[in-house]
Write a protein that binds this ligand. Sequence first.
Ligand code: SF4
Length: 365
Amino acid sequence: MLNNLETNEIYKYEEGSKATSKAIRCGDIYVGGKNKITVQSMLNTKLSDLEKSIEQAQILELNGCDIIRASIDSQEDAKAIKMLKESIKMPVVADIQFDYKMALYALENGADAIRINPCYIGTEDKVAAVISSCKFNNIPIRVGVNSGSVKKEFIEKYNGVNKFSLVESALEQVRIVEKYNYDKIAISIKASDVKMTYDANIELKKRTDYPIHLGITESGSDEDGIIKSSMGLGSLLLMGIGDTIRVSLTEEPLREVIIGRKILQYLGLRPYGIEVISCPTCGRTKVDLINIVKDVKKAIAPIKKDIKIAIMGCAVNGPGEAKGADIGIASGNGEALLFKKGEIITKVKESEIIEVLLDEIDKIQ
Ligand code: SF4
């Protein structure tokens, strides 16, 4: 449902709670409402190259991907959806650019959602065919806009690419779908600029209760993409805005999933294995803490327990600074103190740190 346009009302949210949105079903999961926030990624293989696509999708799913999107650019790609779905449990979203037939093929082959912008499909009969197939199969449609694809008329009307032209562009797509009496819709507004994405999604949230897919588009690689995505997605999620996220990185999709899950983990929205708290080191640090932390992280990587461990550089401040950790060590000169919930339990040799930590983690149910 869309609210009145041009509102100046400040978006209101209750701290710590998730703002209300409608829930839509996507495969076996729900996106929106009070449901958990899902993490998405996109295959960077050609879907019809099934062996590679299935292998990549399975790795992503194993590492916490909830929804996978794939480009559908040919009938072969569309047919591959069926085979992909037999190899994974997560829903498959078919990403369609302009050709409405690709959307129809994808729907025939079991796509759980489609990403398409109706205004780029062409004539009304083509739009009607796609939406009626979605309706028939009860499949949601994700519509939206990127900062690079705002229509000229909205750029002129709102003096450039900004939150208003972005929101209007996205809502134009929503209105087309609604015209055909269909409301299984998710919306995304993505800009490469963090602040613009933030402003536009707040504006969007004032105007609609459809579930929102969050992302910073073309955010880059490594720390650039990670920082932009963490800031943009994190600030909105803290306001209760966002029902599903994709961290877009110029890297292997696995990294997108890991970063996306960690964003949710560190906001307290979803657990994602062991969280390591470690101090920044200072003049009091008497061990090679940086490498100890690296080794511990490597050793615990396969462990799926949702706990916090702390690795601190000194016994004076360490345990106190890491009270929230389930278990931890505070290093000294050639030895370390083992502590639990801030209380010191025993002393261990520096060379035994990793082994003792792993033993203690093993004891935690
Ligand atoms: Fe320095 Fe100790 Fe704080 Fe680490 S925990 S930064 S060693 S004071």
